[in-house]
Design a protein around this ligand. Structure first.
Ligand code: PRX
Length: 650
């Protein structure tokens, strides 16, 4: 029975539909197709009216805005003249009623320690830490790097930044010292907030040591605040490094939220693009807060007594929008877990669902594929009957994984929301509404109100049938405003392809005859590894930084668990590449970028397959990496014999 593969039912036809139950629809925040269509049409025809009303009703303003939207894409500004604060939005406004003593964050550490912070307690901690930031010389507009494990202090740090108008730049705890330095330098961060370490599968991740190494190359950083999580040994540099708990002892909890302009930057989050260094995606206050507040209420169907758990790390956009800002703005109880899904065993997530009686569960397809592999006996040990809604994000979900999620986790009663969006979009764009949309396994279904997508060809003409490029034809409040420090690159990457007319997401997609979207993945040189974007170009740069690497080409290949794996074709300066040398190259990339970028395969290539004009033929490398026969035209290849040699090195 323990053969998990046998339990997966293959879905023969993608036309299977799963409508929501009438009970679910009856209680849903958006409960009928008619209501959805009215909202969607109004938002399309009168975006100012639609978003303006929502902003008045759902955000707390210190000063009303004058204009809802101003200017065409890509320079659209939202809610100009208005003043507000994201931390006030997530905290202060809940303190006047029964939410004051409601759990804001239910946290569990990997070793099993627990903390619950009510809205009032979270507010208290955030105000104190905001005063700590001020005492360290941090001012409105300064950039602050946060590199922390999944502890409540991570949310406290981000909300404290927002409270004083400092711009946080969170770096996922899996990134390396070099990645920290690059991001510190690009953002010109003044302060770093970190921890001694974090727990990952029983081992300590040395966060402070990584920061120390990164700071050797980041001259703008003046101070470091260190939260004690693991109790491990760290080196504290005098007059630069301070313990969180010591600083918190000395401050009071009176810190009014600063009244900020609607377009005041809220955060920078770095993401991979196809070329060059990571892109500092910048989101601003009012539009982002409105977007995350509304999309989470529509898609996750929040109710006052829901317990909601998003398993992402706050270091990624999913955690920003749907652990911190969206749920807290709605006054929801959000579960936050420090560790991974398979420690101390593969039932850990389901044990937490039972323990906290989680109602809404949001995770990634890569995790679902791992659950399937580990076997049904883990979820089956626990009572999952509290669940009423399931979600996925980060990559296309294969129908088999969808069906397993539906049956084994959702007991065939929970709607599944497959949410398509990006770091750049700030919030969910395409997704079922759980009380309205009949779902189809593998499709993110339809656009949310306010989202007007299209599928076009290379020239920008609508594609009626089959696949094309996914674009957005209308601005939305929570879209990125710029790439930090490089507005030209922002315009170029997202808007130049169609002469400023559309936002180009970089994904291929197709529409079916019911108007459902099926996202097919990236069309640029960006890999999607376990739901996270990595640029092939960054992995290539890391490889050629190794002394013995002459040239490198990196491609993705289908990977059972990760979605896409990383295959590196490498030409060496000397030697023919022993197993030890391949391992060294893997470790080299891991050290340069972080564990997430560790190559799955290294193939030593005497030379790379190139056209006569010298362009690497990636199409061929993709076929070889996937173990397929090389398809298509190879006549432009300079040396056809090279392909056999590449295939040999397995
Ligand atoms: O290719 C799409 C894929 O993830 C990309 C965005 O990555 P990132 O900015 O890291 O944000 C991930 C979390 C929002 C997209 O361009 N993607 C994300 N969600 C889906 C998806 N592909 C298919 N279906 C999804 N639901």
């Amino acid at each position: 029975m323990n053969d998990p593969g046998k339990n997966i039912e293959s879905v023969l036809t993608e036309n299977r539909q799963f409508p929501p139950s009438s009970e679910f629809s009856a209680q849903a925040n958006i409960g009928s197709e008619q209501q959805y269509m009215e909202m969607w049409t109004k938002a399309k025809d009168d975006p100012s009216g639609f978003w303006g009303e929502l902003a008045k009703e759902n955000l707390d303003w210190f000063q009303d805005f004058d204009t809802v939207m101003e200017g065409d894409m890509p320079e659209t500004k939202w809610f100009t003249g208005g003043k507000l604060n994201a931390s006030y939005q997530c905290l202060d406004r809940h303190l006047v009623g029964p939410r004051k003593n409601k759990a804001a964050i239910i946290w569990e550490g990997e070793p099993g320690d627990q903390r619950i912070l009510t809205y009032q307690q979270l507010h208290h901690e955030v105000c104190k830490f905001a005063n700590v930031l001020k005492n360290l010389g941090c001012e409105t507009g300064d950039r602050v790097t946060i590199y922390m494990p999944m502890v409540p202090e991570l949310a406290i740090a981000m909300l404290a930044c927002a409270r004083i108008g400092a711009v946080h730049s969170i770096i996922f705890g899996g990134f390396s010292a070099d990645a920290i330095a690059d991001r510190n330098n690009d953002a010109e961060s003044k302060l770093v907030i970190t921890a001694d370490g974090g727990w990952r599968r029983g081992k300590e991740i040395p966060l402070k040591a990584n920061v120390d190494a990164g700071l050797e190359k980041s001259p703008t950083v003046e101070k470091v605040v260190v939260y004690r999580r693991t109790g491990g040994d760290v080196t504290m540099t005098p007059d630069r490094d301070y313990w969180w708990h010591e600083l918190m002892d000395d401050v009071d909890a009176d810190c009014p939220a600063v009244e900020l302009d609607s377009e005041h930057p809220l955060f920078i989050l770095y993401t991979s693009g196809s070329t060059g260094k990571p892109k500092g995606v910048l989101h601003t206050t009012a539009g982002y807060m409105l977007g995350t507040t509304m999309t989470s209420r529509w898609v996750f169907d929040y109710k006052e007594d829901d317990t909601y758990w998003c398993t992402a790390d706050i270091g990624w956009i999913t955690g920003h929008s749907y652990i911190t800002y969206g749920p807290l703005s709605n006054g929801v109880t959000s579960v936050m877990y420090e560790g991974g899904p398979n420690w101390p065993d593969e039932g850990r997530f389901w044990q937490l669902v039972e323990k906290y009686q989680v109602n809404i569960f949001y995770t990634a397809p890569t995790a679902i594929r791992a659950f399937i592999k580990w076997g049904d006996q883990f979820p089956n040990q626990y009572d999952l009957s509290s669940l009423r809604l399931l979600g996925t994000v980060g990559e296309p979900i294969n129908p088999e994984a969808w069906m397993w999620y539906h049956k084994v986790i959702g007991n065939e009663k929970c709607p599944i929301v497959d949410t398509w969006w990006q770091t750049e979009t700030g919030g969910i764009m395409l997704s079922p509404l759980p009380g309205v949309t009949p779902t189809k396994p593998g499709s993110c279904t339809k656009p949310l109100p306010g989202v007007v997508p299209a599928i076009v060809d290379e020239e920008g003409n609508p594609v009626e049938e089959g696949g094309g490029l996914l674009v957005m034809t209308q601005p939305w409040p929570h879209m990125l405003r710029t790439l930090y420090g490089d507005h030209e690159r922002f315009v170029d990457v997202y808007f130049s392809k169609f002469n400023g007319k559309y936002y180009f997401a970089g994904d291929g997609a197709r529409l079916d005859s019911d108007g459902y979207y099926w996202v097919m993945g990236r069309v640029d040189d960006v890999l999607n590894v376990s739901g996270h974007r990595l640029s092939t170009m960054e992995v290539e740069s890391a490889l050629v930084a190794h002394d013995n690497v002459a040239e490198a080409a990196v491609v993705g290949f289908p990977h059972e668990l990760k979605g896409e794996g990383i295959c590196c074709f490498v030409t060496l300066k000397s030697g023919d590449g022993s197993d030890a040398e391949k391992e060294e190259l893997k470790q080299h990339v891991r050290k340069q970028i972080g564990a997430i970028a560790t190559p799955d395969k290294i193939k030593i290539a005497p030379q790379l397959p190139k056209t006569r004009s010298g362009k690497i033929m990636r199409r061929l490398l993709r076929d070889i990496a996937a173990g397929r026969d090389v398809s298509g035209d190879v006549t432009t290849l300079e040396d056809a014999g090279i392909l056999d040699k590449l295939r040999e090195d397995d």
